[in-house]
Every structure is written in structure tokens, then in C-alpha cells.
Design a protein around this ligand. Structure first.
Ligand SMILES: [Fe+2]
Ligand SMILES: [Fe+2]
Length: 377
């Protein structure tokens, strides 16, 4: 390529981040030893013969973007777990917030277990992806230098610095109606606007966790916070549920394809679970800010578009309207998917407080992933 200052900055930043991993900086805040050392990772890969050999730059970029997304996912799931999940050695750090946890349990008694298991899954996703990249001699990704955001100081929180911000969320809940629509698929109708399930969450900024113990009262306020979490979880997971099949279409190695199509459906399992729980969010209005959670089973909501137990994907047009409708994940358009995910997470407010270098790095990773092409051998 050329020697523009921009590219130089980019490669310098990469070198810095890679060095961060080599010196063991990654994962320090989470308390996990991610890699042991690279030689032990290589030594353990006795199974598939494809474990040795190298990746195309496109395959590495796809996996590296996925790893970055998984690190960010893990960070906010850890925050949820500290306050509302099961505290154990698999997901250590917090001590639980009984009032918040009780409100989450209004959506499902098993909510803390599901938070715990989702958190555990995400940690394994990025740990595996980075270890796989390293085993192939490819650059890994480390976001620890950006672990600077203050998190919740409510009872139960570890109080450690965060990568993501759960306290100023603006949520697009249109996935709710996208998966209930039999006529529209965003891949075929990019201009169609799917209605929001919770219109209030798409306007303004809302916390999904108690920021301090002052958020634990009044009761409808902390329930609204729990409801916000209840909608944030599927909003995120439906993104992962689209990201993996979208990226898989451009994988070159069958093993990289296998990784993408084996992790992707776990995101779908998360999404389906959370979309079912979100439907149990008690209808109410937060007296402190007016945020309203509507009764999705009664007019003007209700019907095919909103009914809460319609959690299987409604068959919709796929690929071509001349073909019969099909029950599918949507969207799965591969072009620009990584940048789309960066924009989606950014506009959600998840990174409020991060410096411009953070966004530059994410955009670099997304650009590389979006440039990956499926190569024929
Ligand atoms: Fe994940
Ligand atoms: Fe996930």
C-alpha cells in the first residue's frame, strides 16, 4: 500500500496492541489468564491437522473483528453479572445487588443464571478467538488499554474500570417487529422501518443497571432499569446472531467457517432466550423520567407484530421475492456488516466516554473485516 501517515499510525497502533498481549496485559482487569503462553496453546492443538498453517489476511481480519466484538460483549455482561447474576468462580468479581436482581427476576426467575451463563459464553468466545489467531501466528486483539470508563458504584459492583457504558443506552428495539414480520426482510427492503417494541427506549438515554444505590428506589424506577436490561440483552444478541452468518460468507478456510458457524448459533440461542424474557417485562412508566414500557399484548400494540409469545422467527422473503418465504435469521447481508455493527453499538451509547483512538481502532478492525474476501484454493 502507500506510506500515508494515516496507515503508519494504524500499523503503529496495531503493533502497540499486539505488544500489549505479548506482555500479558490482556484480561488483567477481568482476572483471567487468557493465554498461558502461546507455546502451550500450540502444544495443545493436537486435534485437527489444520491447526498448523496460516490464515489468509481476510480470515484473520474476520476473526479479529469477532474477537473485539466479543471482548466488548464480555465487558458489559460482566457488569450485568456482578449486579444481577450468579456469583461464582466462573464469572468472579461482583457480589450481587439483591434489589436489582429481584426486579430482573420479575422477567424470569432464572434470570441470574442466564446472565451468568451468557457472560461465561462471551468470555470463552473472545478467549478462543484470540487463542486461535495466536495459534496461527496472526495478530490478536487487546482492548485493555481502553479499560478506563467508570462503572456502577451500586452495591454488588466490583467498581473496576470498564470498556463499555451501560448507563446511557439508547435502544433500537425494532428487531422485535423485524422477526415478527412476514412481509419485510431488511436485506430486501433496506428502507423499510420496522416499528419499535419500546419506542421510549429509542429516544433519550437510559441506564440498564443501577448507577448507584440511589437508583434502587422508587420501585418503578428500578423495575424500569431492569426492564431496560431485559430489552438491551436481546438487542445486542440479535446483532451477534446476524454478524456471524454475515461474516461466514466470506471465510476462506473451512476451519474458520466452522468457527464462525459454530459460535454464531450460540448468539442465536442467547437472542431467543432474551427475546422471550423481554416479553415478560412488566408494563410501567418510570416516575423519574417518563420512560414507558407498553403492554405489548394490548392495543395499540398486540397482534402478529407485537404479541409477546411469538418468539419463533416469522417466515419472510429471503434472497428473492419469487422464492417461497422462509424462516431465517435476518439480516445476513455480508457487505459492510462489521462497520454496521460498530455503528449499531456506537449509536446505542455503549461506548460513551471512550476516546477517539478507541473508535479509530474499532473502525480499522471493521474495515479490515469488511474487506475480507473468500478466496478459492
Ligand atoms: Fe459471543
Ligand atoms: Fe452474545
Amino acid at each position: 500500500m502507500d506510506n500515508s501517515p494515516e496507515l503508519k499510525t494504524c500499523s503503529n497502533r496495531r503493533a502497540f496492541l499486539k505488544k500489549g498481549i505479548a506482555t500479558g496485559a490482556i484480561g488483567v482487569g477481568v482476572g483471567f489468564n487468557l493465554f498461558g503462553n502461546s507455546s502451550s496453546v500450540l502444544a495443545q492443538s493436537e486435534g485437527p491437522e489444520e491447526s498448523s498453517g496460516s490464515l489468509t489476511s481476510g480470515d484473520a481480519a474476520l476473526l479479529r473483528f469477532a474477537a473485539a466484538a466479543e471482548i466488548l460483549e464480555s465487558d458489559f455482561w460482566v457488569q450485568y453479572n456482578e449486579l444481577g447474576g450468579i456469583q461464582d468462580s466462573e464469572v468472579p468479581g461482583g457480589s450481587g445487588n439483591p434489589i436489582y436482581t429481584a426486579k430482573l427476576q420479575k422477567l424470569d426467575a432464572d434470570f441470574p443464571q442466564y446472565i451468568h451463563d451468557n457472560t461465561d459464553d462471551e468470555i470463552t468466545h473472545f478467549t478462543f478467538l484470540n487463542a486461535y489467531l495466536e495459534s496461527k501466528g496472526a495478530d490478536t486483539i487487546n482492548l485493555e488499554p481502553f479499560r478506563t470508563l467508570p462503572g456502577s458504584t451500586a452495591t454488588g459492583s466490583s467498581g473496576k474500570p470498564r470498556l463499555t457504558n451501560l448507563m446511557q443506552l439508547t435502544l433500537d428495539t425494532s428487531w422485535w417487529t423485524r422477526y415478527r414480520s412476514s412481509d419485510h426482510n431488511p436485506d430486501l427492503d433496506p428502507a423499510f422501518k420496522f416499528p419499535q417494541a419500546v419506542p421510549g427506549l429509542s429516544k433519550g438515554q437510559f441506564t440498564a443497571i443501577p448507577r448507584t444505590d440511589a437508583d434502587l428506589l422508587p420501585e418503578k424506577h428500578i423495575q424500569a432499569i431492569a426492564n431496560t436490561a431485559g430489552f438491551h440483552m436481546p438487542t445486542i444478541e440479535q446483532g451477534g446472531n446476524s454478524l456471524y452468518p454475515s461474516m461466514a460468507q466470506r471465510a476462506t478456510s473451512v476451519e474458520v467457517l466452522r468457527i464462525l458457524i459454530s459460535i454464531g448459533p450460540t448468539e442465536t440461542m442467547h437472542f431467543q432466550t432474551w427475546s422471550d424474557k423481554a416479553g415478560n417485562a412488566p408494563p410501567l412508566t418510570d416516575p423519574t423520567n417518563g420512560l414507558t414500557f407498553p403492554d405489548l399484548n394490548s392495543p395499540p400494540f398486540g397482534g402478529e407484530t407485537f404479541q409477546t409469545n411469538l418468539i419463533m422467527p416469522e417466515p419472510c422473503p429471503f434472497l428473492n421475492r419469487k422464492l417461497p418465504k422462509c424462516s431465517i435469521i435476518r439480516p445476513t447481508e455480508t457487505r459492510g456488516v462489521a462497520m454496521g455493527v460498530v455503528n449499531f453499538l456506537t449509536s446505542m451509547g455503549l461506548f460513551i466516554g471512550q476516546p477517539k483512538e478507541f473508535f479509530e481502532l474499532l473502525r480499522d478492525l471493521a474495515e479490515d473485516a469488511d474487506e475480507a474476501v473468500r478466496e478459492s484454493h
